[in-house]
Design a protein. Sequence first.
Length: 522
Amino acid sequence: MTHWADKTAERILKLQTAPSPPGGALQLTCASGISPSGPVHVGNLRDIVTIWFVGKAIKEKGAPVRLLHSWDNYDRFRKVPANTPANFTEFIGRPLSKVPDPFNCCPSYAAHYEKEFETSLLEMGIEIEFLNQTKLYESGLYCDAILEAVSKRHAIYDILQKFRTQAGSSEERDGYYPITLYCERCGKDTTQVSATSSESHIAYHCTECQHDGEQDLKHARNIKLPWKVDWAMRWRHEKVVFEPGGKDHATAGGSFEVSSEIAKDIFHYRPPIFQPYEFIGLKGLTGKMSGSSGVLLTPGDALKVYQPEVLLSVFAKMPPNKAFDLVLDDGIYRVYDEFDRANSKTPLEREIALSRIPGRSPHAVAFKQLASFCGIVQGNDAALELIFTRMGTPYKSELFEERLQKAENWLSEYAPEQRLVLREKRDDDYFNALTPAQKNWIVSLYDFLATKQCTLDEATHEVYEIPKKDQPPDTDLIPHQRDFFKIIYHLLFGKEKGPRLGTFFAAVPKEQYLSLLEFRTG
RNA sequence: GGGCCGAUAGCUCAGCUGGUAGAGCACCGCCCUUUUAAGGCGGGUGUCCUGGGUUCGAAUCCCAGUCGGCUCACCA
């Protein structure tokens, strides 16, 4: 079965019948765009990842590709998100690139979230061209297009009106300008065109600061086209042939349809192939995820628990039109397992091939195994190497340390109840409440551990042997052994369950736990 | 009000252009001398949402309905 990225690549190539420009191969531009109106979350990642995979597929078919991502940071700051100081309401109406960084570490609000996101992309080996829309608008690059749009303002109005449910009016039509003008005095978009003296000269009034100003559209540096017009204009400007977008844009009468019509009728450009994508949910963030709390997951958060190629493979596996939940509960075991399985196949699964990051060779020590060893080795890589050696799979720490770190992050962030940490000090109360026979078990165990450097087999044998003592020959031993294990888990971790004890005692340096088992009876 | 998507095992889902219902997890059983959160092997537990239709044959195609989710219409 053909992978979705290859199908899309074929569609793009098939439509691209135009002859190559003289002197150069035809470049297929795939575009993505995100408005950094707050933290850029994993859902937005789908925009980038879609062109990334499709771009790879096109390249493999031998066509040159340009991948670009627009930071739509000249969009207005519309509302203050939950994690931002409330007094940021004073910046509403300014471009996102002219709002200060609430964390005070980047040149602007937009820059902060852009940087955060770009860092994650880099970690995933995604390299694309970034376009800063503020810079492009302010450079005057789009002046001609703005002029063009304004000269066709009534036609644009008519197109927009066609898709609106509200009735328009001739006054509205007469006064319509397809521009957003940021006030020269206060920087906000609370402006209205008040008069036009020529083809390109306009006067405006700012309702916020009451400033009256004039602009010449030929040279203006503070004017932006509104979304649907902007989108169409940029398709033409960058010769975009493919662009994904959230499914909200895809609906009948939605922005893609409207922009397409503007592109055709106003800018005489054939709209790109559009790939709507479904949104991404989160699984395992019970209670943490809610609109009001403003908690959302950034790619950086996801990368704390997912190795980059594993995260990529999750996106690669799902066609864009499929919604899926990013797994953060213990289903993460399965995600890693499926990755490892697919990754070891020959020929390689397509989604894995697309997710590979040059220079990295993802290893396959099971995530689940690492997660359960987190509690055993207590952060001690050498101890884990020893365990693996004794288990007959002598992995070195370079092989597992990255994934081990992800497992530790996952345990502490999303499964703290499963996380095992050795107790700080001996639990005398618990010990004293035990029966004399149980106390004897612990003492025997301590004597065994304190006097002998044991192998895994010896330790395993011993922990099963101890509860056998003093039992009548026909006793069902299993309940006793279970009790014994439970007691040890309590003394070591304060929990009902724990790792295999033979493994634990044989591998972990004794000084880390021996004092927790040292009790004197009588 | 318009549009889109989904409904299959306890859970998450796969089943593409019709041909005897599948996978992983969970669960149960067994093995590694008895075994716990290492490991290995075996086992499928089902009104394929409902009702019609097309067909030799429908989870699959068509129509209608039920339930759930999303989205548009103001702005980006």
